[in-house]
Write a new protein. Sequence first.
Lengths: 114, 119
Amino acid sequence: DVKVTQSSRYLVKRTGEKVFLECVQDMDHENMFWYRQDPGLGLRLIYFSYDVKMKEKGDIPEGYSVSREKKERFSLILESASTNQTSMYLCASSLIIGTDYGYTFGSGTRLTVV
Amino acid sequence: AQTVTQSQPEMSVQEAETVTLSCTYDTSESDYYLFWYKQPPSRQMILVIRQEAYKQQNATENRFSVNFQKAAKSFSLKISDSQLGDAAMYFCAYRSGGYSGGGADGLTFGKGTHLIIQP
C-alpha cells in the first residue's frame, strides 16, 4: 500500500514562528499536495507540486510556501504563523498517469497557533 | 473554476438501512473524474468509490454505489445495509480529466456530509 506520512499529528506553535510541516510518500508519486481542512469549509488546496523543485499555487496560497527538494518529500512552510492558520493540514500524493484512482492522503497534522 | 456542492451538512440513518448522500458539481469540462472519500474520526481520508465521466455505467463497490447523472451534474452516493463503521464525514470530490502536461490539478472538494449511524 502507498503510504503518505506526515511527521506530526499535533503541533502547537506561537504567533510569528516559522513552521515546517513535513510529508513523505513511499510510492514514487509525481504529484504531491497540501490541503487545509476547516469545519464547514471542506478541504481547500494550498499548493501542489508535480515534480522536484516544481510548485503551483492552489486556491489559498497566501501565507504559505512549499519546498520539494526530493521526489518523496513535500514540505509546507508557514513563514510567520498567525492564529488564522490554526487548522488541520492534509498532505496527499498521486501519479500523473492513472490519476483516476484518486489520491492517497496522510493522517493530517492539527496545527494550533497561539 | 469547478465547484462541488454537498447540500446535507449532516445525515442520520438507522443501522442496516439505506442512505443516500447528495452531491452536485459545476463544470464546463467533458472529461473528468468524481470521487467519494470517507474520513472517520482517525482523520485518514479513504477513497470509497470513483466514477469516470465518460462511463455511463454507475460505479459500485460492495455496499456503496453511485447515481451519476452527467446532464444534471449530480453524483450521489448510496450506502446500503448501513453499518456502525460507516459513521464518518463523507466528501465528494472532482478532478479534471485533461492531462495538462505540466502536472495535475488538485481535487476540488465539497464541504462534506457528517453521517451518523443510529444503532
